[in-house]
Design a protein around this ligand. Structure first.
Ligand code: ADP
Ligand code: ZN
Ligand code: ZN
Length: 645
């Protein structure tokens, strides 16, 4: 009887040996009992001889896959990733592989394609970049080009050359829902070779796409973060578009960064790596400076645009978020039949409730974050745990009736703009609206084609929007990400202003941008508005160097969570003292997290700042394997965290 080594999707860093009546290949899923529960598991090893606890050996219930989902090379990548992120192999495989039992043969109709633009001649910068890329088999390149400089065309032509050689391509984007225009373009260039991995796919559809990739029928894979694991043979190129985006870092176990995995795969498989952005991450910037990434620059806007004219509005001098200057600009632009894009970094109608007697806000009862009023549902919602309640009439703290809203949100601004311009088409796009099927896609198309006059939205409109009639971009409140207690706050704010601003002036050289802020003197805001990209990087690198923060050090964040606050706090202190000097880094904390409670769980964290990644990593892994938290306390490790909240 053969013996199989199985791994389950549980946070236990251990594999289990089972007996099997048939030889099942590595890479297949099986059903097996763990404890008293039947679960699915992956076969990760085979053994000829039984383990020494033979009398308690369990037998596999059934086999799920007949063909393996992965091979030994993939398993090696999974093991590497599970060690790097300090997760179990099972948790890691669960994040890398598709779920689902049966394989769907239905066509994928989740995506409607749009006609694609044809670029006839490359600009000088584009051809120069492409020549460099094509001359290399396995180089690492960074396409650093202003917004609208035509990075996509370079990515696609580099991909085409790789496909023509019979090799395959992974093309990563931050968010697949925003890439409808790209999908049309890909399908016309690469036809049946394209596979799209996105979260809207059903499990069975994901599995059948996975099979098409494994078989070599699909050689161009488009997807978000996890598409970096696509099981392509003869991988010739990985593209990471908008490399600076935080969505490339997973916020659940395994907490990996797609860039990290891409670097590893490209090194092992001898492939080209091509990243790009108008606002690289500071990590990438530093790698370009050191020469480990070869920087290729794109200057102009080949579709006929030019950098927009930007100005700052000091909100401290304004009574409302729709400032006089902004309203004048909107009516002027709409009067000429052109379009306006308004960006607000925040959802909901009014920001939060506020008691004028005692000064308290109303927080979620499970999480320590303010509840946000949503007019469309007439509820106060928690954006962390989804808790909802009817708007309160009386302050829960002091029983006063003097409850008011403070702040503003997209719903409220939409209402105001509609009142002022009743004849114009105004559309709001945020995650609330975009949950409805096709709303996002139709709004983006309507704006592109000119049937929408004002598009108002949150984060999701910062990317991918390419509308010829767009003249004015307004950032209603550029500070909202500046106030976060996170060392990346300035970098994020800078990137956001540059990216959102870059939606205007893409086709015509008359773009305008208005950036409203309470902090007009902040370097990130000023340099973004003045388009001083390189100055900002030098400035911010200087600060990071002084404070010994990434990219001049690495950060390991350890989060402690549990229902009993005392136990969480004590565990964090014990952990810190166990770490002591052993990990070779500097310990910051432990302290309460900025979001001190989520879904009823109290949160503490500590940060380890290290100069020697390997030493700290292995010391931390050893301590974690031995450390016993107080009961009910969970420990999470996040290496190179992208958020510290
Ligand atoms: P970004 O660098 O911001 O990703 P895009 O790749 O979206 O820029 O390109 C911006 C616009 O310029 C697109 O509409 C694209 O079709 C157009 N474009 C790109 N290259 C050329 C070119 N060589 N000639 C004319 N238009 C181009
Ligand atoms: Zn009160
Ligand atoms: Zn909550």
């Amino acid at each position: 009887m053969p013996y199989l080594e199985l791994t389950f999707n549980i946070p236990v860093k251990q594999n289990y040996t089972y007996a099997s009546s048939a030889a099942i290949p590595i890479g297949c899923r099986v059903k097996a009992e763990l404890g008293s529960q039947k679960r699915s598991a992956w076969v990760v090893g085979q053994a000829e001889s039984p383990p020494d606890f033979l009398n308690r050996l369990k037998t596999i219930e059934s086999q799920i896959d007949t063909e393996p989902l992965f091979d030994l090379e993939f398993l090696e990548l999974a093991k590497w990733l599970s060690e790097l992120t300090m997760c179990s192999l099972g948790e890691t495989l669960a994040a890398m592989l598709p779920g689902g039992r049966s394989e769907s043969r239905k066509p994928d109709d989740a995506f409607h394609e749009h006609g694609s633009e044809i670029v006839e001649a490359l600009s000088f910068d584009q051809s120069y970049a492409l020549k460099n890329i094509e001359a290399s088999e396995n180089g690492w390149f960074y396409l650093y080009g202003i917004t609208g400089s035509g990075k996509t065309e370079v990515f696609l032509r580099a991909a085409q050359a790789v496909i023509e050689k019979g090799n395959s391509v992974i093309y990563l984007v931050p968010e697949i829902a925003l890439t409808h225009h790209l999908v049309g373009n890909l399908k016309s260039r690469f036809q049946g070779l394209v596979a799209i991995l996105h979260s809207a796919l059903s499990n069975s559809k994901r599995l059948s796409e996975w099979r098409r990739i494994q078989s070599g029928a699909a050689r161009f894979v488009l997807g978000a973060r996890s598409a970096v694991f696509a099981p392509l043979k003869r991988l010739g190129l990985i593209v990471i578009d908008e490399e600076h985006e935080a969505s490339y870092k997973s916020d659940a176990a395994p907490r990996y960064h797609a860039r990290q995995v891409a670097m590893r795969r490209c090194k092992k498989e001898g492939s080209l790596l091509l990243m790009g952005s108008a606002t690289p991450s500071l990590e990438a910037w530093q790698l370009m400076k050191s020469g480990r990434l070869k920087s290729l620059e794109l200057g102009g806007r080949p579709a006929g645009g030019a950098a927009p004219v930007s100005r700052i509005v000091d909100l401290r001098k304004e009574k409302t978020i729709l400032s006089g200057q902004l309203m004048d600009a909107i009516s002027r632009v709409l009067g000429k039949g052109r379009q306006v894009l308004l960006f607000l970094n925040r959802r909901g109608f009014s920001y939060q409730f506020f008691c004028h007697s005692c000064g308290e806000g109303v927080l979620c009862r499970n999480c320590s974050v303010p509840l946000i009023f949503h007019k469309s549902t007439s509820t106060m919602n928690c954006h962390y745990c989804g808790f909802r309640m009817k708007p309160i009439q009386i302050c829960p703290n002091c029983s006063s009736l003097e409850i008011k809203f403070t702040g503003f949100g997209t719903e409220r601004i939409e209402e105001d703009i509609r009142k002022i311009f009743p004849k114009k088409q105004v559309v709001r796009l945020d995650t609330d609206v975009a949950k409805k099927a096709n709303v996002l896609e139709e709004a983006l198309r309507g704006f592109r084609e000119g049937s929408i006059d004002v598009l108002l939205g949150t984060q999701m409109i910062a990317k991918g929007l390419n509308a010829p009639g767009l003249k004015l971009v307004g950032l209603l409140f550029a500070d909202s990400s500046l106030n976060l207690p996170d060392f990346r706050a300035a970098e994020r704010t800078f990137a956001l202003i540059v990216q959102v601003s870059g939606r205007s002036g893409r086709f015509l050289p008359d773009g305008e941008v208005i950036v409203q802020t309470l902090r007009p003197n902040t370097a990130a805001v000023q340099m973004a508005v003045e388009g001083r990209i390189e100055d900002f990087y030098e400035y911010e690198l200087g600060i990071r160097k002084t404070l010994h923060l990434p990219p001049f050090s690495r950060i390991f964040r350890i989060v402690f969570e549990g229902k009993n606050k005392t136990k969480v706090n004590e565990t964090s202190k014990q952990f810190a003292s166990t770490l002591g000097r052993a990990a070779g880094g500097e310990i910051l904390g432990p302290a309460e997290c900025a979001v001190a409670r989520i879904s009823g769980r109290y949160r503490y964290h500590l940060m380890l700042r290290s100069d020697n990644f390997d030493v700290t990593h292995s010391a931390l892994a050893t301590i974690l394997s031995k450390f016993l938290p107080r009961s009910g306390v969970r420990i999470k490790v996040d290496i190179d965290p992208s958020s510290l909240l």
